[in-house]
Design a protein around this ligand. Structure first.
Ligand SMILES: O=c1ccn([C@@H]2O[C@H](COP(=O)(O)O)[C@@H](O)[C@H]2O)c(=O)[nH]1
Length: 232
């Protein structure tokens, strides 16, 4: 497995294993990690993990578990046993759920990074209000990140707009994995809380998740190169 210094995680949001591997085969495991999400995993199952690991990539399995503590702990254990580099759950599942998942990994001596989604980067304050949360987005992100840290998690998914505040509250070592990354050339799509790659790193993101700006680009490798150049 290649261990990369790069903060880039490319989201393989494709409807088939073949399409995902076609992109993976153009990428270099020494220059990025890959993310497998709900669509690809639901269609291809663990075979995609095996195929990407076989090509030398570290994989973030982005299934955002949210269920009762025993179910989530068992799902996290199953993911880690498949050798993924990172797995996640929703912090809004609460302290008991997060503690159970972290404890299960420790008990089984599994070293997979376990992180918690705070507030989805597609959400803004009105979306929080719709689900009965009457806080500023940044306050809700902070609340859930601190809960995740107290529960023994290694970091969070947040937007880069919250990375600076989380670095000062939770420390530089606490992972801040930030989707909603949009280079100047890319459309925002359904993302609400966005930032450019360079600004996101300056704000304190530890990892940048990039999907459509690369995978839907007319020339994906040129788009990736442009992002890498922003980061130099
Ligand atoms: O808050 C979140 C959590 C996860 N995601 C995932 O990241 C990628 C982003 O893809 P883009 O095409 O660059 O928008 C996608 O797989 C999401 O499921 C997120 O965007 N926000």
């Amino acid at each position: 497995m290649a261990v990369t210094e790069s903060p880039l995680i490319i989201a393989l949001d494709y409807p088939s294993l073949d399409a995902a591997l076609c992109m993976a085969d153009q990428l270099d495991p020494s220059r990025c990690r890959l993310k497998v999400g709900k669509e690809l995993f639901t269609r291809s199952g663990p075979a995609v993990l095996e195929a990407l690991h076989g090509r030398g990539f570290e994989v973030f399995l982005d299934l955002k578990f949210h269920d009762i503590p025993n179910t989530v702990a068992s799902a996290v254990e199953a993911a880690a046993e498949q050798g993924v580099w990172m797995v996640n759950l929703h912090a809004s599942g609460g302290r008991a759920m997060m503690e159970a998942a972290a404890a299960r990994l420790a008990q089984q001596r599994l070293t997979t990074h376990l992180i918690a989604v705070t507030v989805l980067t597609s959400m803004q304050v009105s979306d929080l209000e719709d689900v009965g949360v009457f806080s500023a987005v940044s306050d809700q992100v902070t609340r859930l990140a601190q809960l995740a840290k107290q529960s023994g998690l290694h970091g969070v998914v947040c937007s880069a707009q919250e990375a600076t505040q989380l670095a000062s509250l939770c420390g530089d070592e606490f992972l801040k994995v930030t989707p909603g990354i949009r280079p100047a050339f890319a459309a925002a799509n359904d993302q609400q809380r966005i930032m450019t790659p360079r600004d996101a790193m300056q704000a304190g993101s530890t990892h940048l998740v990039v999907g459509r700006p690369v995978t839907q680009a007319e020339h994906p490798m040129d788009a990736l190169k442009a992002i890498e150049q922003e980061l130099v």
